[in-house]
Structure formats: structure tokens, C-alpha cells
Design a protein around this ligand. Sequence first.
Ligand code: MN3
Length: 197
Amino acid sequence: MAFELPNLNYAKSALGAKGMCEETLDLHYGKHHQAYITALNGLVANDASLQGKSLEDLIKGSAAAGGPLFNNAGQHLNHSLFWLSCSPTGGKIPAKLQAKIDSDLGGTDKFKEDFKQAGITQFGSGWAWLILGNDGKLKIAKTPNAVSPLSTGEGKTLLVCDVWEHAYYVDFRNRRPDFLTNWLDNIANYEYAESQL
Ligand code: MN3
């Protein structure tokens, strides 16, 4: 079965008051994300050995080689996780996650500053992540392009923010740091993050 654009848990206009407008969603979700899925489906349709495999298996199987299959499968997964990481009621950290942030990452201010730095220093296209490491502790990571904690084996994704220009240019122009600050304070779906612990 072909891969499909996942439904959003909110209207495309729902994040507008939070600093991510409907035009951004139209382009980023409706065009960019869809384009990765269309390309991925084309690659799978032309290679019988890939058919019937899960997205996760396609990513793990192509991570070492890289190339178009890895890039499009990885971008599909990363964007799907990004939409889950956004919420119109985002920004509020629930108690269980808060306790982990305090014990593993040195508190909310330090967590946000370190996450922001990961996003700012990811040169070009990529992602900033809050992950549950294989040792059971929270970690902040950054990855380029289609790379993810799944493909590197670093741990489980709790939250991810897309830091490529198309994620913020309509709303914040060239100001990636401001996009990240706003995303962490107002959009990040910490309830989803906690549900993944
Ligand atoms: Mn993107």
C-alpha cells in the first residue's frame, strides 16, 4: 500500500495564533511533506524488494547507503513526527516530563537553551530533537537532512523541530532563533513528548 500524508490533529489554521500560519502549513505540510511521500512511493513502486516494508524498515535498511530512498523515507518519518510535535495548545510541560527535564537536562531554561542551540547550529537543513536515550535519560540531539534517532539508533523521539528554512521563513523570515524560541514556548507538544516516555 502506498504511503499517505498523515492527517493533522489540528486544522491548518490552528497554529496561526501561535506563530505558525496557515500558509506555512499549506506549503510545508501540503507541498513539501507530500513531495517526499510522492517520491518515496515512486521509488517503492519501481523496486519489488521494497514493497510491503514498513517505513521504519525502509529507513533502517537504507540508512547506511543513504541516497533517494533514505532521504525520502526519512523525511516522511521526520515530518510526521514534527506535526505530532506541534499543538495549538502547546508550550505547557506536564509534570512527569518536567521531572525528567529537571533531573536529566538541568531544568526547563537549560533544556530550552540547549535545544535552541542544537537547532541554531544545525547548518542548513535538519532537525533538533528531544529524545529518550538508550540509557533511559533525556537527550538533545541535532541531525542533518533525513537523519533521525531511528536511523542512528540513538534512542526514541519525544519531540522534534524542523529547522530548515521552509519551516519558518513565512512566519519569521531569516530569524531561526526567534522561530525556535517561539516553538519551544508556544507550539511544542510536551503532552505528546510525555506520552512517548
Ligand atoms: Mn520540512
